[in-house]
Design a protein around this ligand. Structure first.
Ligand SMILES: *[C@@H]1O[C@H](CO)[C@@H](O)[C@H](O)[C@H]1NC(C)=O
Ligand SMILES: *[C@@H]1O[C@H](CO)[C@@H](O)[C@H](O)[C@H]1NC(C)=O
Ligand SMILES: *[C@@H]1O[C@H](CO)[C@@H](O)[C@H](O)[C@H]1NC(C)=O
Length: 255
């Protein structure tokens, strides 16, 4: 696996120009989460895997951070999928640590992030992670749809349904696509371009939390949850700690 990941990151070098073409295309829904960065905001990125219990821990802390009043407007928030490498034999085009079902879950997370307002995305993610049998059904379309609808998301109107199940799937309310387990074109593209960015940054551990910094050397503060243990979190790892750090960094950026 390690060798495979290394080979993928090497082959990435030649793929870079086309990668950037893909990445810099403006996304369809300006309402949701544009990748254009506001330089007056703090970069906050979660590197995650949809069926990973360490990711569940930091997603749960970040639910509280993102719901804290005033925080959403002070950050450029992004999610990055941690995956193993390209894999043309996999229907998603990618290999994931917890198999194809995790790649599907990752792609679904990206569609939700892309098409929903941030607070709605947070609510849907919380629903997916809530199940006590975690990782349970994460990666199944029916489960994602159930969680989206529990947060009052209109599956087709929002664009999430087409992203995950394909443009034509709306016609029969996704029945055929669900049966075939097809991933929509947009979902596949989002997954692949997102995964390439993570590879290019050499980030292999999920969950890694990265907060852009102008106050610390190295330009970022990094904190990792690995095997349920928080490591490298010099500034603390409670929601309040992250909020405090974001406020500090935001203040520094306004000068
Ligand atoms: C590539 O995907 C196929 C199908 O999902 C899987 O059987 C195989 O193990 C994957 N290869 C790697 C290197 O992960
Ligand atoms: C990632 O690792 C590769 C190979 O070791 C190296 O060439 C590259 O500079 C690294 N990139 C970053 C962003 O650290
Ligand atoms: C935030 O991220 C953007 C895009 O990656 C980068 O250009 C910018 O320098 C970052 N800002 C800070 C303060 O780290």
């Amino acid at each position: 696996m390690l060798l495979y990941g290394l080979l993928s990151s090497l082959s990435l070098v030649s793929a870079l120009p086309s990668l950037w073409d893909t990445v810099q295309k403006p996304f369809s829904n300006a309402l949701a989460n544009p990748i254009t960065h506001d330089p007056s905001r703090v970069n906050v990125t979660l590197y995650i895997m949809s069926r990973c219990s360490d990711s569940r821990i930091c997603e749960s802390v970040f639910e509280d951070v993102l719901r804290t009043k005033g925080i959403e407007d002070k950050i450029n928030f992004g999610i990055q999928m941690v995956t193993q490498g390209r894999n043309e034999s996999d229907p998603t085009g990618i290999s994931c640590k917890h198999n194809t079902i995790e790649c599907l879950g990752n792609a679904q997370h990206l569609c939700l992030f892309e098409h929903l307002p941030l607070q709605t995305f947070v609510a849907v993610l919380a629903c997916e992670n809530f199940e006590s049998s975690f990782p349970g059904d994460i990666g199944s379309v029916a489960y994602t749809r159930h969680c989206a609808e529990a947060s009052k998301v209109d599956w087709w109107q929002s664009g999430v349904g087409q992203c995950i199940q394909g443009k034509k799937a709306k016609k029969d309310d996704g029945k055929k696509a669900t049966k075939k387990g097809i991933l929509g074109k947009e979902a596949k593209e989002l997954l692949q371009s997102n995964a390439e960015i993570t590879w290019s940054r050499n980030i292999t551990r999920a969950c890694t939390i990265e907060i852009g910094s102008t106050l610390r050397t190295g330009g970022k503060r990094t904190c990792v949850v690995d095997d349920h243990i928080w490591t490298g979190c010099d500034d603390g790892h409670s929601a309040q700690d992250f909020v405090r750090v974001i406020e500090e960094e935001y203040k520094a950026l306004q000068k």
